[in-house]
Structure formats: C-alpha cells, structure tokens
Design a protein around this ligand. Structure first.
Ligand SMILES: [Zn+2]
Length: 79
C-alpha cells in the first residue's frame, strides 16, 4: 500500500481539478483530502471551485432559453 505523504499547497492546487473530477487514484486523492483538512486557504479554494463547477454543469444541461431564441430572431429580421 502506498504511503500517504503530506503535500504542500502548490501540489494540492495542481491536483484540485482532477480531484474534483474524481480522476485521482486513492492515494493521491487522500493526500489532497489530508491537505484540505489542515489548510484553510486551499479548503476554501476547493469549496469555491466545487460550487463554480456545480453551477457550470447546471447551466450546461439547461435547454436554450426562449429569451435567447427571441434575440436571435430579432437579429435576423425583427419578428
Ligand atoms: Zn494549502
């Protein structure tokens, strides 16, 4: 079994996006989690990115709004 290392802020932030995408293996993920437990600044950064990511995903799944369609038609000839 791999040993968990204490990683620094730079390493934690480098892995942050892979961590949020669940693309890290068990050891690397645990190392990031350990760092987030002891480092308030990286923890809030991770929370921020998590919320941002959640919002982008939500927007991405929404169908184009009526407002958008209206604006396109207005541009094409003012219906
Ligand atoms: Zn940190």
């Amino acid at each position: 079994m791999n040993k968990i290392r204490l990683i620094g802020c730079e390493e934690a932030l480098n892995r942050l996006f892979d961590y949020l995408d669940h693309e890290l293996d068990e050891t690397r993920r645990t190392e990031v989690e350990q760092h987030l437990k002891i480092c308030r600044s990286c923890y809030s950064r991770a929370e921020f990115e998590k919320r941002l990511k959640g919002r982008l995903t939500a927007v991405g799944t929404e169908p184009p709004s009526d407002e958008f369609g209206r604006r396109i038609r207005a541009l094409l000839g003012g219906f």
